[in-house]
Write a protein of this length. Structure first.
Length: 123
């Protein structure tokens, strides 16, 4: 399950996914096919193929969780403030319609918290 504020998987879900990857690695070593592994572990064949490629390149260690890609740039208090700002609606922030887009959220974050993001989005 993804966290709406921080993105990514919760720690216990990361651990479960890592366990699946390591189970797959054991089966790679036995020469089992990707389709059978995917079916038994209830994941996509493409995921198993990616795991197999990583395993072939770096062994089981390459399948261990690396943790979150990055930490959230907003504190919990700032997320709460952002939610309050968004609840006011886009028109309260100067847009003509009631449509929230990623670009608009990014702009509100920049205005409110003086942060900039390097993601490229279209409004």
């Amino acid at each position: 399950m993804r966290y709406p504020q921080g993105g990514g998987l919760a720690a216990h879900r990361q651990q479960l996914r890592e366990e699946l990857r390591l189970q797959a690695a054991e089966r790679f070593a036995l020469g089992e096919g990707s389709t059978a592994i995917a079916r038994d572990l209830r994941v996509s064949v493409r995921s198993v193929q990616r795991w197999r490629h990583a395993w072939a390149e770096g062994g089981p260690r390459s399948l261990r969780s690396q943790g979150p890609a990055s930490l959230p740039r907003l504190s919990d208090q700032q997320f709460t403030q952002l939610q309050a700002e968004m609840a006011k609606g886009p028109t309260a922030h100067g847009w003509e319609d009631q449509r929230w887009t990623l670009a608009r959220v990014k702009t509100v974050i920049g205005r409110r918290f003086h942060l900039t993001y390097t993601i490229q989005v279209k409004d």
